[in-house]
Design a protein around this ligand. Structure first.
Ligand code: PEP
Ligand code: MG
Length: 760
């Protein structure tokens, strides 16, 4: 049998995709030994992990030995061939192990018949991480080339194993601490709070509670300083206006699509004589200046928060922020202190516009205690700011100024973390960077058997386009058009929209761009549009329903899309379509827009393809008819799961029921893809499921070839696709489609991760 060392060593992508496939340490190690044994045709491959404190190696994964030995077989440093290899920091290759003086035999673990023994230490520099061991029945089986190959693999594995190990240890610690704590308040004493991740990443900083009374007067005047005069206050107003102006300009450069007058409320209030004039009057009549600001800010907060108009209520944070800025400028604090660098914001509620503002002010991370709206999660992800949702009690128990470290990937918050925690996270951050390195991306994505797969980007803000291009995506599979609408005080005009959409098209330089029409409602209404509160907003006036009901707004958006698509490859899709009738009604309006643009002599893309987002069970039931009418289908798995399973995607209480691998979801996806094939139209997937490594074989197996994902996940998806053989993926999909129970699918996925994956 031919050993496949070159494949094994060169195929780094496979090794990395193993890490991605399951971050659980046991699972990863088991996959590694299976793969190495398979490639080398060795009878045994094992991994030992080294414990520096006890100077001991423990068997952690094996292919070929008795699985019961895992965790039980231990070797001291220097003990046996493996212990010696690790002590001496060098590989040891023995032709006939039974004759070696170092050989340590463990009875009862099926080690009896193996003579050839090769142990290679896994090292990071000189740091001992463990050992990779292969054994074979045939004496002298391993050659110097095998030693080289295993060394190269051990080097590749070192970082990965260490990081996965660190990650799972951190999580085990967090889980143990969280499990040991009955009441949320006590969590503080254990230094760990467990929440739910809304936007991944890690952040360090001091806690700053946005709505805390303490933070409104966090700066105090120096009692020895000369009294502050009205002139000092007027200077502080000018400085504050300059700072806000600068922030606004900086935002307009960085986030042109959503920056429009985002700080306008700040400036308006600042220019309002009743605000600044009243503070000046109070100072003039003897009130201490900081106190005067606090008094007037509190009056405004009181008025704003009682307003019946949501738009006004939303300004409470603005006026508080303004008060803080004025106070700090008055006390001549460094201007840098007016921003949120080094701080993690804790807020009961945040608006997308708050997130934008705070990101412009360099906030490190967000902790939210009232549940996370999908738009907040999406915008934080686009801005690269970690966000974790926790309960109100947990949030209330974090003291302001507390040092914190957030692992927003797992939703864990460490309070006053020690050096060890910091060290672990430094390592994890670099591992994360390695796995999401854009330089690894190839232009084309091919499966192992050579089939082409297309990777597109989900774009939320125009600023996502730069990474999308860096990650070499083939186009935009989903442009969530609602953000420019959400952060304004009024609907953007057709012209304003056109400017944004045109930038999007231009920057994609000829690649396909898929616009999604406005998807508001659900957990986010436009505060300037309606005061009506719906009892069940997710079942209410959302997405295409809103657009069809508000034809003027819909028409303006469609015209802007069509115009931006002139001479380009553009598509438009409609969210939350529940019937063929919805689609036809929307398509009719597109056709009306084309007629009017023709009549006005305005250029547009007459070949714009029109598609349906598959997000509702009712749409799945009529998918054949939809596929007959539409030019393409795009599976919005985030909503498809929510509506098929009746599980609110933003509700933590039911988050355990939000299961992408529910048999109903698997079958629905299969039906959608089959309908697309029958009618010969494109089917793509654009929900978060499209970048889920566990589910990718299933998705490929049912025939999906177009994936629209957050660009940062592109390297991972590409590596996984490269490592997938479509025939095997089909087999996997067929098995999964046969199951009727969630538990059966779960057992299958688990088995698959642990099972032999030895290639022929
Ligand atoms: C989806 O529902 O999967 C989707 C992509 O749309 P959104 O997340 O914007 O609702
Ligand atoms: Mg959706």
């Amino acid at each position: 049998m031919k050993k496949r060392n070159v494949d094994l060593v060169c195929d780094i992508a496979e090794l990395i995709s193993l890490a991605e496939g399951g971050r659980d340490r046991r699972e990863l190690l088991q996959k590694v030994v299976t793969s190495v044994a398979g490639h080398m045709h060795a009878d045994v491959c094992s991994i030992y992990i080294y414990d520096e404190e006890h100077k001991e190696l423990t068997l952690r994964a094996t292919q070929g030995l008795d699985l019961m030995a895992i965790g039980e077989v231990k070797l001291k440093l220097g003990e046996g061939i493996t212990g010696r290899a690790v002590r001496e920091l060098r590989p040891i290759c023995v032709g006939t192990a039974s004759q070696s003086s170092s050989y340590k035999f463990f009875p009862g673990i099926h080690e009896e018949d193996y003579e050839a023994f090769l142990a290679v230490p896994i090292l990071r520099g000189l740091r001992r991480i463990g050992a990779l061991v292969v054994q074979a029945g045939e004496a002298n089986y391993f050659t110097p080339n095998d030693v080289k190959a295993l060394r190269a693999i051990a080097a590749q594995l070192a970082t990965m194993i260490e990081n996965v190990q660190l990650l799972s240890e951190a999580r085990e610690e967090a889980a143990a601490a969280a499990a040991a704590v009955p009441a949320p308040k006590k969590v503080i004493a254990d230094s760990i709070i467990r929440g739910r991740s809304a936007s991944t990443g890690t952040a360090r900083g001091k806690a700053f509670t946005l709505d805390s009374a303490e933070n409104e007067t966090c700066a105090l005047p120096d009692p020895d300083a000369p009294p502050i005069t009205v002139e000092d206050f007027e200077r502080a107003v000018e400085n504050t206006a300059d700072q806000i102006d600068k922030l606004q300009r900086q935002m307009s450069e960085d986030l042109a699509d959503v920056a429009v007058l985002i700080f306008s409320a700040h400036l308006l209030i600042l220019e309002d004589q009743q605000f600044t004039g009243r503070i000046a009057n109070l100072i003039h009549t003897g009130t201490e200046a900081v106190q005067a600001i606090a008094t007037v800010v509190n009056e405004y907060v009181e008025i704003f928060s009682k307003s019946k108009m949501p738009l006004i209520r939303e300004k409470v944070l603005d006026v508080k922020d303004l008060g803080n800025r004025l106070t700090r400028n008055l006390l001549n604090e460094e201007s840098d202190e007016c921003d949120y660098r080094g701080q993690i914001i804790i807020a009961h509620e945040l608006l997308p516009s708050d997130i934008l503002k705070l990101s412009a002010e360099n906030v490190e991370g967000f902790i939210v205690s009232s549940g996370v709206t999908s738009h907040n999660a999406i915008i934080s992800r686009s801005l690269g700011i970690p966000m974790v949702a926790i309960s109100r009690d947990q949030a209330d128990s974090i003291p302001d100024g507390e040092e914190m470290l957030m692992d927003a990937e797992q939703g864990i918050i460490y309070l006053h973390p020690g050096c060890e925690v910091y060290d672990k996270y430094r390592e994890l951050e670099s591992a994360w960077k390695m796995l999401h390195d854009a330089s690894d991306m190839k232009e084309q994505t091919l499966t192992k058997c050579g089939e082409q797969v297309n990777i597109y980007a989900n774009i939320n803000l125009l600023s996502d386009l730069k990474p999308a291009r860096e990650f070499k995506v083939e186009g935009v599979g989903l442009y969530r058009s609602e953000f420019p609408f959400i952060v304004r005080n009024d609907f953007p005009t057709e012209e304003e929209q056109y400017v944004i959409y045109k930038k999007l098209v231009d920057q994609m330089e000829g690649r396909t761009v898929t616009f999604r029409t406005l998807d508001i409602g659900g957990d986010k209404m436009l505060s300037y549009y309606s005061n009506v509160t719906e009892a069940n907003p997710f079942l209410g006036m959302r997405a295409i329903r809103f657009s069809l009901q508000n034809k003027d707004i819909f028409t303006q958006q469609l015209r802007a899309f069509l115009r931006a698509g002139a001479n380009a490859d553009t598509r438009i899709m409609f969210p939350l379509v529940s019937s063929v009738d919805d689609f036809i009604a929307a398509r009719d309006i597109v056709q009306e827009c084309m007629i009017s643009l023709d009549a006005e002599g305005i250029a547009y893309n007459p070949k714009t393809k029109l598609g349906v987002m598959m997000e509702l069970p009712s749409a799945v039931e009529v998918v054949d008819e939809l596929a007959h009418e539409a030019d393409f289908l795009s599976i919005g798995s985030n909503d498809l799961i929510q509506y098929m399973l009746a599980v609110d995607r933003t509700n933590e209480m039911v988050s355990k029921l939000y299961l992408a691998h529910h048999p109903a979801i698997l079958r629905a996806i299969n039906r959608i893809v089959s309908a697309g094939m029958t009618h010969n139209i494109d089917v793509s997937i654009c929900g978060d499921l499209s970048a889920d490594p566990r589910m990718l074989p299933f998705l490929l197996g049912v025939g999906l070839k177009k994936f629209s994902i957050d660009s940062v996940n592109a390297p991972t998806v590409q590596r996984l696709v490269n490592a997938t053989n479509l025939a095997e993926a089909e087999e996997i999909a067929n098995c999964m489609l046969d199951f009727g129970r969630i538990s059966e699918v779960e057992a299958f996925l688990l088995d698959r991760n642990l099972a032999k994956e030895v290639e022929a």
